[in-house]
Design a protein around this ligand. Structure first.
Ligand SMILES: Cc1ncc(COP(=O)(O)O)c(C=O)c1O
Length: 392
């Protein structure tokens, strides 16, 4: 079978490859401990599940839903943005329901980018920005996220000629994989860049409610004055409410971008199951969510602290991740991240993600996920320490 040129250069998704190797090891009797996956391990809030069950039993909810989501779902996002960020959005024109934010990230690129256009992508960064740009035939310009710049790109370092051809600037705060949150000043700089070069800032913010430090309140880019003239934000219930499998996301902000995405998307999908969106609305607006989030985030914080406490014994260091679900740890001198992760899996049965998977500037780091049961994190860390002792 001849593949389309469009996908000829795509490689299999890294996590699918690791998953296959882990299944082989498991078949040989190895108990593999996984800290590689960026998905929550806990269930969604019970009142969200109850809404789905109750509504799915109704006879009149099983038809196609309106493109871009039922009005109640879009309104719930608008209400959440009003209460959480003080941002007032028009649910019909400035909010669009998505089948997970990944779908919107991919399709926005297809809707806005022509072959030869430049897409600016943080490195390390979420893989879909790159995959979507490649399929669109775009030229990718990586923006290094360096520890010494608090993991925010140096926008002044982008050559004028590249900036002029750029269509989208991807940003993601709280950041996967580094755990950094952006300041108002940093986001302001991105908006100024966007205005100067007529670029859309696409801010990917699925971790905005996964806070690990009590005094850090991650921002929506839409909180900044004038932002929606040049910015769109992606958000999701996957990490906020442990609903990754439900595939409920949203695009919010810049109306022209939302409309372009809507037009493209309506060729591809036919929205979501109504009771799922109704349950999603509960996960956005129910007052019980606040206490639920606090408890859930406390569990992640405990796991993060456990991992950080073990790093010195592993000869690794990390900046304190203030939000998100990951510890981004710098490897001991002389190790490349693929070798480290491969040997750790094969020799100790512990799976973590090599940093280079997220882009060339991820080399020298590994990502350790907080979405793993605390007892397993403890056991995995003990195995890692023992394994490391055997290496040195
Ligand atoms: C930075 C980032 N953006 C987007 C997504 C996709 O999330 P969703 O489940 O909403 O598609 C992820 C998932 O891991 C992510 O880490």
């Amino acid at each position: 079978m001849r593949r389309a040129q469009r996908i000829a250069h795509l490689r299999p998704y890294f996590f699918a490859q690791v998953g296959a190797r882990i299944r082989e090891l498991q078949a040989q009797g190895v108990r593999v401990l996984r800290m590689d996956i960026g998905a929550p391990d806990g269930p969604p809030p019970p009142f969200v599940i109850e809404t789905l069950i109750r509504r799915a039993q109704e006879p009149n909810v099983h038809a196609y839903s309106p493109y871009g989501g039922i009005p109640e779902y879009r309104e719930a996002w608008a209400q959440y943005y009003r209460q959480r960020f003080g941002v007032h959005l028009d649910p019909q024109r400035e909010v669009l329901g998505l089948i997970g934010s990944k779908e919107g990230i991919f399709h926005l690129t297809q809707a806005l980018v022509d072959p030869g256009d430049v897409v600016l992508i943080p490195d390390p960064g979420y893989l879909t920005y790159t995959g979507a740009a490649r399929i669109a035939g775009a030229e990718i310009y990586f923006l290094p996220l360096k520890e010494e710049h608090d993991f925010f790109p140096d926008l002044d370092a982008i050559p004028e000629e590249v900036a002029r051809r750029a269509r989208i600037l991807w940003l993601n705060y709280p950041n996967n994989p580094t755990g950094a949150a952006a300041t108002r000043e940093q986001l302001q700089r991105a908006l100024e860049f966007a205005r100067r070069y007529d670029v859309l800032v696409a801010h990917d913010a699925p971790y905005v409610d996964v806070t690990l430090e009590p005094d850090v309140r991650p921002l929506s880019i839409l909180e900044l004055p004038g932002s929606r003239e040049v910015a769109v934000e992606f958000n999701s219930l996957s990490k906020r409410a442990n609903m990754a499998g439900w595939r409920l996301g949203a695009a919010l902000g810049n109306e022209a971008a939302i409309q372009a995405l809507h037009t493209y998307k309506s060729q591809v999908d036919s929205s979501h199951f109504r009771p799922m969106m109704e349950a999603g609305a509960v996960a956005l607006t129910d007052p019980r969510m606040e206490a639920w989030l606090e408890q859930r985030n406390a569990v992640y914080r405990q796991r993060r602290d456990l991992i950080l406490a073990h790093l010195p014994q592993l000869n690794m260091t990390a900046r304190l991740p203030v939000a998100g679900m990951y510890v981004w740890a710098r490897l001991p001198q002389g190790w490349d991240s693929m070798t480290y992760a491969r040997r750790l899996l094969e020799e100790a049965g512990v799976s973590i993600t090599p940093g280079v998977v997220f882009g060339p500037h991820g080399e020298g780091y590994v990502r350790i996920s907080l979405g793993t049961a605390t007892e397993i994190v403890e056991e995995a860390l003990n195995r890692m320490v023992q394994w490391w002792r055997s290496c040195v």
